[in-house]
Design a protein. Structure first.
Length: 388
């Protein structure tokens, strides 16, 4: 039904534009060219190739018919027929005699076609040209340019463009994006053991978003690399106050920092317990359980995990509890527990662990940049029976 409504709308738009174009040329509306009806027939019969060719040949491009051509190009792009959308928009630029601002709008649409088609060089070329366009077009061209630099991982260039967009009510959104760009730069330096450069990039990231849990994570890893374990503990523990749902992402680094420091394990456990009160995460439970096992053994660990599962049941937690009991069980009971464990593993094997709060994208690994809606910091751990 939605497809038919789109067809009817585009047919109406094309018909209106065609009529206006014919009237401009002083011809009667009842003298419609047979090619017009042929084009409609192709469109309604889902033959977009032949429909596009017919309308391009028959429908003159001018100020009266521009919206019709743009509507056709936009429809084709939404349907994923990017090559046809490009043909429509390029035809406007090649044949139209329009004012400068109208031509800029068409160039912007063509840049969007190129972007979605993955023709990043062509999209960038057009978006750069539009940097001197009217304010409304310029703003949209900056967004296209920014997405291009994000895809190409040109983080320094992305920072410069984002600064141009970080004005008015969009300031917070783009300041957070800039913080992530610096974090990306820091990750690159960290992977090459360039700790000082990584630290400098993290400092810039914090300057644009003082409450960034990602910046704290990277900062902590830099401190660990330089054996500044006390500093790493202090930095990583900030995440609880910045955004507690990201605490599970810091646990491995925090455990390394405590092992390298003189801080007692009880302090680590107290911190984790305080986090658990804020975020009932099975990852935190299992990390606490590891500290209990070293002191009190499997029985104490099993009781601790079971008490948590009574309040916040998760399949991951149940799997861990089964593992604890398998080690202390023999015979048919051990065999049955092994079968049960295989079932619990199968239940979560293909389940996503993270979800974007903006568009609903799901995945099994943590991403700071949503590949679907392109937003930053919207992907978070999934909580519940099959998650944390």
């Amino acid at each position: 039904m939605e497809t038919w409504l789109l067809y009817l709308l585009i047919v109406f738009a094309i018909g209106s534009g065609w009529w206006l174009g014919r009237r401009e040329r002083g011809k009667r509306a009842d003298s419609l060219d047979p090619k017009y009806y042929q084009g409609l027939n192709f469109l309604l019969n889902e033959e977009p190739d032949r429909a596009v060719a017919t309308f391009i040949d028959d429908l003159e491009v001018n100020s009266d018919t521009l919206e019709t051509h743009l509507a056709l190009g936009g429809l084709l792009r939404r349907r994923g027929e990017l090559e046809k959308a490009v043909v429509v928009h390029e035809n406007i630029l090649n044949r139209a005699s329009l004012d400068k601002e109208s031509m800029q709008h068409v160039q912007l649409e063509l840049a969007r076609d190129y972007l979605l088609a993955g023709l990043l060089d062509r999209a960038e070329e057009l978006s750069v040209v539009l940097a001197d366009a009217s304010p409304s077009v310029k703003n949209d061209s900056y967004k296209i340019t920014l997405e291009i630099y994000e895809r190409e991982k040109e983080w320094s260039q992305a920072i410069e463009v984002a600064k141009l967009l970080a004005v008015g009510d969009r300031t917070e959104k783009y300041e957070k994006a800039i913080s992530h760009y610096y974090c990306e730069i820091a990750e690159i330096h960290l992977s090459k053991n360039r700790n000082e450069e990584a630290r400098s990039a993290v400092s810039e990231a914090i300057g644009h978003d003082a409450y960034s849990p990602r910046a704290s994570l990277i900062h902590g890893r830099v401190d660990i690399n330089e054996h500044l374990f006390d500093d790493a503990i202090r930095v990583l523990q900030r995440i609880k106050d910045q955004d507690a749902v990201y605490v599970p992402e810091s646990l491995d680094a925090l455990a390394v920092a405590y092992e390298g420091s003189d801080h007692p394990v009880e302090e680590f456990r107290e911190y984790l317990t305080s986090c658990l009160e804020v975020t009932p995460s099975i990852s935190i439970v299992l990390k606490i359980a590891a500290t209990i096992r070293d002191e009190s053994g499997d029985e104490a660990v099993a009781k601790f995990v079971a008490d948590h599962l009574k309040k916040n049941p998760t399949i991951r937690g149940l799997t861990q509890l089964i593992d604890l009991h398998i080690d202390n069980t023999e015979g048919i009971a051990k065999e049955n527990l092994s079968i049960l464990r295989s079932f619990t593993q199968a239940l979560v094997a293909d389940k996503p662990a993270y979800r974007c709060n903006h568009c609903g994208f799901e995945g099994k690994k943590m991403r700071w940049h949503c590949p679907s809606c392109k937003d930053w910091s919207t992907i978070k751990p999934i909580f519940g029976l099959e998650g944390e």
